[in-house]
Write a new protein. Structure first.
Ligand SMILES: [Zn+2]
Length: 98
């Protein structure tokens, strides 16, 4: 089952705005690549913010509006990861030593 419809609800859009503001206040980095997110980019493009679901909506549609399941990510990283991809990138902050 596709989770796309779940992400377009009014409730989810409100949560996404609130979550983005919370992440911007903390200047939270991308959960996938660990680099800073360009919060001044308005849309979900390139280095701009995208809401990532730790448990993909395609697998856990019940968690689509669960704040604890939200992660900050780059739009491009989120898109590259795709729905249902494994969580392999989350623990590997290989650029930390740079
Ligand atoms: Zn990233």
């Amino acid at each position: 089952m596709s989770g796309n419809g779940l992400r377009s609800t009014r409730r989810h859009k409100q949560l996404r705005v609130q979550f983005r503001q919370a992440c911007e206040a903390e200047d939270r980095p991308c959960c996938i690549c660990g680099l800073p997110i360009a919060y001044d980019v308005p849309g979900a493009i390139g280095d701009g913010f995208a809401l990532d679901h730790y448990h993909p909506v395609s697998q856990r549609p019940d968690l689509v509006d669960d704040w604890a399941n939200f992660r900050a990510s780059h739009s491009r990283c989120n898109r590259a990861r795709g729905a249902g991809a494994p969580q392999a990138g989350l623990g590997t902050l290989s650029r930390k030593w740079l």
